[in-house]
Design a protein around this ligand. Structure first.
Ligand SMILES: *Cc1c(COP(=O)(O)O)cnc(C)c1O
Length: 371
């Protein structure tokens, strides 16, 4: 039992099961050779918009590009300020910097580790243009409170849904709750491509049209350029792969939910661990299963030694990253984010994982705390 290897993550099993369909995508793309904005792109956009419950979806080159193009399409300009949580993957803040705007950080709450709506009023300024809550680990952020604040102060609401494909709040899917929803299809996300890929969802027609221009050199008609744009398109090949995998996403998310409940049950007796909290009425898709402990580094070493892969999402809050020193924040500015960065550890989680593997991981964790 102890020598059992549980990887943190494993894509090979998933792809082995889908090998025939995935190979067909390759073969179809070779035949059609429509590599850029081919039919598979609009097919996937339609299915994904339907899945999320928005009018439109625009495939782009990555999650980071989905965020930065959203900001531009919603009118964020250099010198503007955009609020992002102090505890997230750095891409949320980088997207703001890519527009020449300034990321303004807000601390998270201690229960869900989400952008705390109570912290917004103190950092609001005349330059604030948008807020980007992050549905961290696949659990929906408090969009109700943040949305209300945005409406009151006429700010754009951009959801960073890069970890939340299929998650929902009050029956509505993440990505349909703000002005735009930004998805990443980085291979290890709940829905992953064979390389970099991303997408923006929206129900606002004007924003949709802006996005179509911005991802394609500012152009909809060849050699007619209406705005200054980029090359941030979704590849036809990636769209084909994503369409095959989208059909399995709900079943995969349900598997993740079952494994998470099993972890909850098996770990609930270990009082030194804080298990992920669930907001009532929300459906998490458990992109990651993250527990908290003040002996995090020792636990991680112990699990490593026993052959269990783990991750730290994330070891440093945004304001303590070298890249953002110029923002002028210092240690102690966002105490909850700093504490989270010291305490979080992500346990193995992927749909093909077995209940037996969860048991094995939990047994090793129990052993660690008994010592
Ligand atoms: C993965 C991720 C991104 C960036 O997506 P890429 O496709 O890797 O550019 C942004 N935000 C969050 C929260 C993410 O997890």
């Amino acid at each position: 039992m102890r020598s059992l290897q549980v990887p943190f993550f494993d894509l090979k099993r998933q792809h082995a099961l889908l090998k025939f369909d995935l190979t067909q995508v390759w073969s179809r793309t070779v035949d059609a050779s429509d590599f850029i904005l081919g039919n598979a792109v609009s097919d996937f956009e339609k299915s994904f918009a339907k899945f999320i419950g928005t009018q439109y979806a625009v495939g782009v080159s990555s999650g980071l590009d989905a965020l930065s193009l959203s900001l531009r399409a919603l009118g964020v300009r250099p010198e503007d300020e955009v609020v992002v949580p102090a505890f997230t993957f750095i891409a949320t803040a980088l997207a703001v910097s890519m527009c020449g705007a300034r990321p303004v950080l807000a601390d998270i709450d201690d229960i869900y580790l989400h952008l705390d709506p109570a912290k917004l009023i103190a950092i609001l300024s005349k330059k604030t243009k948008a807020v980007i809550p992050v549905h961290l680990y696949g659990q929906p952020a408090d969009i109700k409170a943040i949305g209300k604040f945005c409406k009151q102060h006429r700010l754009a609401l951009i959801e960073d849904a890069a970890q939340a494909h299929g998650a929902s709040a009050g029956g509505l899917r993440c990505g349909s709750l703000g002005d735009t929803g930004c998805f990443s299809f980085y291979p290890s996300k709940n829905l992953g491509a064979f390389g970099d890929a991303g997408l923006v969802t929206t129900s606002r027609k004007a924003v949709y049209q802006q996005l179509l221009h911005l991802r394609n050199y500012g152009s909809m008609v060849k050699y007619k350029h209406e705005v200054i744009g980029f090359n941030h398109r979704l590849d036809t090949l990636q769209a084909g792969i994503l369409s095959v995998k989208l059909k399995h996403l709900t079943e995969w998310n349900e598997k993740r939910g079952q494994l998470a409940r099993h972890y909850d049950e098996r770990l609930s007796s270990i009082c030194q661990l804080r298990l992920p909290a669930r907001r009532p009425g929300n459906l998490s898709v458990y992109h990651l299963y993250v527990v908290r402990t003040n002996r995090r580094d020792a636990l991680k070493r112990y699990l490593d030694k026993k052959g269990v892969g783990t991750g730290i999402h994330y070891p440093s809050p945004i304001h303590l990253q070298e890249a953002y020193r110029n923002l002028g924040y210092k240690k102690g500015d966002f105490p909850i984010a700093e504490k989270a960065a010291r305490e979080v550890i992500s346990l193995p989680m992927y749909p093909e994982m077995t209940v037996k593997q969860v048991d094995a991981v939990c047994q090793i964790i129990a052993e660690f705390y008994r010592k």
